[in-house]
Design a protein around this ligand. Sequence first.
Ligand code: G1P
Length: 290
Amino acid sequence: MIRKAVLPVAGFGTRMLPITKVVPKELLPILNRPVIEYVVNEVIESGFDSLIFVISYGKEAILDYFDVDLGLKQFLAERKKEKLLQLIEEIEEKIKYLSSIRQKVPQGLGHAVLMAERLVGDEPFAVVLGDDLVDADPPCLKQMIEVHLKLETKSPPPSVIALEKVAPEDVSKYGIVEGELVDEGIFRIRRVVEKPSPEEAPSNLAIIGRYIFQPVIFDYLKRIPKTFGEYQLTDAIQLMIDAGYPIYGYCFQGKRLDTGNPKGFFEAVLHYAMKDPQLREVLRELCRTL
Ligand code: G1P
């Protein structure tokens, strides 16, 4: 059973400035819910019950969103706003075990994941990046758990990373992998390169923000030097591969939406609006009249 998921949410969100000067990018609304709620839904629906947020200064509101606001509940109860009360309670009850740790200084994704070591302990865990929403049924992480279960029979136990084919001109935005196909949609990864130029990229298979790791990753996160001024998660993954640990890439089924930049964010808003029968009509009408 993999129960713990680490959600690194400490970044400044520079690609979404200026709004992210005061609103964490994870709390930007996709319709009337913050981006992070879509991510948390995926994690919970995939069977995780312990969520570990790696936060930084000014990001406390992310935790508050999932916490109990007694004042608000009392206010709504007194005014008999049952539906709203129910809406709020559903969010409060979503995460069974919520914990957080601070990454005081931004030092990269690798460093953020390492901050969670004590809270994770000695068990396999997931890392889920809040920028990438994946609309999928079954949820992307659940698909990855299935793949992990299938591969777990082998020793040492595997790690699984979500992959997606990207356009050649986009490879420099991602960790790119090289590997061989071992099963339908499953690659055994031999090499990972963080944000290569199109010429250097070994393929167009990009790492998406979903990972299932064995706890040994922490040993390797402590050994890596900084690359591009930060501790890169991909460098620790490469060290694990070099040490003989099996790392698999899985091409998930579903629609990925990158909410970390203005264009992708807008696409995500439209994507979820189109899934809502009422909003779909509003959007269609707007498109006709615009
Ligand atoms: C991070 C990782 C990268 C991965 C990407 C997925 O990059 O370093 O390997 O492909 O997330 O979103 P970032 O987007 O934080 O620059």
